[in-house]
Design a protein. Structure first.
Length: 67
């Protein structure tokens, strides 16, 4: 496998840096859109309401004790 020449590396850097900045800021690849309202109705047939809303936080805190 051949290594990249320094001139080719600089050409890639000069071309890809502005392209990346343009795609990130102007096309919107760097933005995340969240839902404005939480879902109230479950989506599937096999879902049920949570009995304890803090169950996930409990599991996460217990994982800290064993690591």
């Amino acid at each position: 496998m051949q290594e990249i020449d320094p001139t080719i590396a600089m050409i890639f850097l000069v071309i890809l840096t502005p392209l990346t900045i343009y795609l990130y800021f102007f096309v919107g690849f760097g933005t995340v859109e969240l839902h404005s309202k939480p879902k109230i109705k479950p989506e599937g047939n096999h879902t049920r309401r949570l009995k304890n809303a803090n169950y996930g936080a409990y599991i996460q805190s217990q994982g800290r004790y064993y690591n």
